[in-house]
Ligand binder design. Structure first.
Ligand SMILES: *Cc1c(COP(=O)(O)O)cnc(C)c1O
Length: 361
């Protein structure tokens, strides 16, 4: 039986996902393995969030709140949004990205992304038969905003900017991004993925949720996640912010419902502990500065990161570096000829750096 004949046309022609190809064969992991390849938080979640998790875990037999009222309300409050109808939740921002395809994409629609950037967006475009319009980043791995705007056609359905971007770690100044968003024609849904915004140290940084708050009416969706600074990647909680009319379209997808009760309770509590998020930001900034200068001293080209990871090019093959580190139980990413290392605790980063010294000697 050739099961492939069952496939949707858009999936039949799909090349194998680069993300899927990059996964290790087994995901078993032990504490002695330093996972500096997924941009997870080495610090874990706030103690306040862990307490909420422990409390919620006493009642696993109760269905979760279908509407995630507490989580959405706390999120709205934190960002100064009017109410929970500005907010959507799903099992990770990955699920929100999939919802974009499910709800908005017709075959042949154009979907503008930067390159290199987060592969999930290109995947969702292709799975749904859209045409990914790939706009290269500049030499320093910054978005070429003029080229992004020039790529818009009457067929453009969605444009995505990850700010900061993954895998590059680079960041567009908030005021500059706001000005850019306002230039994009109103038939294009602009998606701003702020998975790493909590780590940014650049002055005058703010979330593009500001525009939603101000009543901006052109289609705009801001994505946030609890997987990175909040240290809850395993709980799978993603949040989106937009005008209520846009949110209600997104909730046509079944994936907008039924996120786990444990994740909801934990995320709702975590939002209340912003002092912890500030602490994580500060710890990460110290480590980022240290790893950035150490890699430069070793002769690597290091791209300016505002995140909890650093992309660099070493004077040696990236796959070889990745393999040598893995032999020593340190995992890093090697996207497209570059290396990408997540920032861990000081101890983890020091081990990474001393291995790198050996490898590049
Ligand atoms: C890690 C990451 C996410 C988060 O995905 P989740 O499904 O919420 O874990 C989203 N966007 C980007 C760019 C990321 O790097």
């Amino acid at each position: 039986m050739d099961y492939k004949s069952l496939l949707r046309d858009s999936i039949k022609v799909l090349p194998e996902s680069q993300r899927a190809a990059r996964q290790p064969k087994s995901s078993t992991t032990t504490p002695d393995i330093y996972r500096l390849n997924y941009n997870e938080s080495a610090y874990g979640p706030s103690p306040v969030a862990l307490e909420a998790l422990a409390e919620a875990s006493k009642r696993p037999y109760i269905y979760p709140d279908w509407f995630s009222v507490e989580l959405k309300s706390n999120f709205a409050e934190l960002h100064g949004l009017e109410n929970m109808f500005n907010v959507i939740t799903a099992t990770g921002s990955s699920a929100l990205i999939n919802i974009l395809g499910e709800v908005f994409i017709n075959p042949g629609d154009e979907f503008i992304v930067g390159d290199p950037s987060y592969e999930a967006f290109r995947d969702v475009a292709m799975v749904n038969g859209a045409v990914p319009v790939v706009v290269p980043l500049d030499d320093e791995m910054n978005y070429d905003l003029d080229a992004m705007l020039a790529a818009v056609t009457p067929k453009t359905k969605i444009m995505v900017i990850c700010n900061p971007n993954n895998p590059t770690g680079t960041f567009v100044d908030s005021a500059k991004l706001e000005e850019f968003i306002k230039k994009v024609p109103g038939h294009v849904l602009v998606v701003i993925d702020e998975a790493y915004l909590e780590f940014v140290s650049a002055p005058n940084t703010y979330s593009m949720i500001k525009l939603i708050k101000e009543g901006y009416t052109k289609p705009l969706l801001i994505l946030k996640t609890f997987s990175k600074a909040y240290g809850m990647a395993g709980l799978r909680i993603g949040v989106g912010a937009a005008q209520p009319d846009l949110i209600s379209l997104l909730t046509k997808s079944g994936a907008a419902w039924n996120i786990s009760a444990l994740g909801q309770a934990m995320a709702a509590a975590a939002l209340k502990d912003q002092a912890y998020i500030q602490k994580i930001h500060d710890l990460n900034e110290v480590e980022r500065t240290k790893v950035d200068s150490a890699l430069k001293e070793m002769g690597c080209k290091v791209y300016k990161s505002e995140t909890n990871f650093i992309m660099f090019k070493a004077p040696k093959d990236s796959l070889e570096i990745q393999a040598k580190l893995a032999e020593n139980k340190v995992l890093i990413g090697a996207p497209r000829g570059f290396c990408r290392v997540s920032l861990g605790t000081a101890e983890m980063n020091d081990k990474f750096l001393s291995l790198m010294k050996e490898i590049l000697k």
